[in-house]
Design a protein around this ligand. Structure first.
Ligand code: ADP
Ligand code: MG
Length: 505
């Protein structure tokens, strides 16, 4: 079970949502969470500390070229199951959706979108047509789910009513902040107001009692903060018409944010019984699927078979390494040596300890990398993300904090320094955590590799494997998704050939 405040349990949002920061965390404490979702402490002590970002003189500033208009692959196979008599026809243009001229202008002028992606074409008529049924929507990573729920929220808000009407709950502050940026951009001409509900930093802290009630029409945030604002009565829910859960499988899973999410849902339902609930994710494992279908009623559903979820454009490789040192050698000698030829890279690690260790090793070798993990202060997290999004840094080491939702089109390479494992909370299971008995976390694997290949772009993944246990986990992942993970020998020629095949060189 996740600590509600964990993924975001420290400080500020340096962006325009500064006032939103002011409400939650007391000023003096900068707690280091025992375990934050998507980023685990090691069992040994003393890890939680810092992995400060390296100076950036080594790295030349990145030239980011925007590619020509991309289309998501035509074969993205989404199945729709609808209930009731409402006919829905797929939208081939944004005009088909009866969106306001202000929203259309946002889509074309600000977002520079030309036409809806497949998930947008199918889900938006369901979201926007009365009687506004609930929706469980599964679609591939990078296929444009954010636009589905952002358009849903913008369309349902009455701009003349100065009260919260649309909520979106996300697992991390990074994702909440990213989503609110999309909403602000897409909704630029609508006049709709928004607020980001993420934990405050010590510098911007204002006690909740001194804050005016929230009047913003859309509120996007993390469950801990949203819940706090609601229980302190500063965030009213009586006008809420639409409630979105991004990464909904995680938000409603037992080892995710189930308790908080259900509490928020129930509280809203009490005063707004007709509130529409939208659940979006690329993954819904069977357990979560069964659970969510009991939570929402009379819903429409879009889903993708797990065997069809891997992205065509992202080639998956494995490199077998005799030991951990060899993993670092592959990263620096084989991959980093290609330098500017590659786009941006995310290296995923399972624990904060590994993040710090790898960061130090690569910096000691003279490479410029930055690292993000849950034990950093939120100011530091925000800075690392901003530098990476601005293209000032090229290689980012991350725990699973960023495995879900993070959208940076220039990322074309993901390296799994280790494979994600299922988190088991029982004390017996804790003993085996990271041991040979731990199962791979299939969903997190899919989300990690989905950080590359956004919206049909090309990408590559290198899984660095050492020992039989890691090889076995890789086999299980391959079988689970029926996806091909090609073995590549640890040589310059083979690794470059793999990157060429993937379309990166
Ligand atoms: P996900 O389905 O993983 O949530 P996102 O919503 O983050 O995907 O979208 C992935 C990328 O695709 C974003 O950079 C977004 O701007 C882009 N995108 C989404 N919809 C369209 C569209 N209709 N046309 C062009 N680009 C789009
Ligand atoms: Mg997303």
């Amino acid at each position: 079970m996740a600590d509600p405040a964990a993924p975001d349990s420290t400080t500020s949002n340096a962006s325009s949502a500064a006032s939103a920061d002011a409400a939650t965390t007391p000023p003096v404490v900068t707690p280091v969470p025992k375990r934050a979702w998507g980023d685990e402490e090691d069992d040994d002590v003393g890890d939680a500390g810092d992995s400060s970002s390296a100076p950036s003189e080594y790295m030349e500033s990145l030239k980011i070229q925007d590619e020509k208009t991309l289309e998501e692959p035509e074969d993205s196979n989404i199945t729709a199951v609808t209930t009731g008599d409402t006919p829905y026809s797929s939208a081939s243009t944004f005009e088909d959706l009866n969106l306001s001229p202000e929203i259309l202008k946002g889509l074309y002028v600000e977002m520079k979108f030309q036409k809806p992606s497949k998930i947008q074409a199918i889900s938006l008529p369901m979201i926007l047509t009365p009687p506004y049924k609930d929706l469980i929507a599964q679609a591939h990573n990078g296929s444009g789910k954010t636009t589905c729920f952002v358009l849903g929220m913008l369309s349902r808000v009455d701009v003349n009513l100065k009260a919260p009407q649309a909520f979106c709950i996300c697992p991390t502050r990074e994702l909440a902040m990213q989503n609110i940026e999309v909403l602000k951009k897409m909704g630029k001409y609508t006049g709709i107001t928004s607020e980001c509900a993420v934990p405050a930093d010590s510098a911007n802290y204002v006690p909740m009692s001194k804050r005016p009630p929230i009047t913003a029409q859309v509120v996007i945030g993390t469950p801990g903060t949203i819940k706090k604002w609601m229980s302190s009565r500063k965030l009213g829910v009586s006008c809420v018409k639409i409630l979105v859960f991004d990464e909904a499988d995680h938000m409603l899973s037992e080892d995710g944010f189930r308790d908080d999410s259900l509490r928020i849902m129930r509280d809203i339902e009490k005063s707004s019984p007709h509130c529409q609930v939208l659940l979006f994710s690329a993954t819904f494992d069977e357990t979560v699927k069964n659970f969510v279908s009991r939570v929402v009623k009379d819903y429409n559903q879009l889903f993708v078979k797990k065997e069809e979820l891997s992205l065509e454009g992202v080639k998956q490789y494995k490199v077998i390494c005799p030991d951990e040192l060899a993993k670092i050698r592959v990263i620096k000698d084989r991959i980093f040596e290609l330098g500017e030829k590659l786009g941006q890279t995310i290296i995923f690690v399972r624990t904060r300890n590994s993040a710090s260790m790898l960061h130090k090793a690569l910096v000691d070798y003279g490479y410029d990398v930055t690292t993000i993990q849950g034990a950093l202060t939120t100011e530091h997290r925000d800075k690392i993300i901003k530098e990476f999004k601005d293209g000032l840094t090229k290689v980012l080491i991350s725990t699973d904090l960023l495995s879900r939702g993070f959208d940076q089109q220039q990322v074309n390479l993901v390296i799994n320094y280790d494979l994600p494992l299922k988190y088991e909370s029982s004390s017996e299971a804790m003993k085996f955590r990271s041991s040979s008995q731990s199962e791979p976390n299939y969903e997190v694997y899919l989300h990690r590799i989905g950080r590359a290949g956004r919206f049909g772009r090309k990408g590559a993944v290198f899984n660095l494997l050492c020992g039989d246990v890691e090889m076995m986990r890789m086999d299980k992942i391959q079988n689970h998704f029926n996806s091909e993970v090609t073995e590549v020998r640890d040589s310059d020629e083979d690794i470059q050939a793999a990157l060429k095949t993937a379309g990166l060189l």
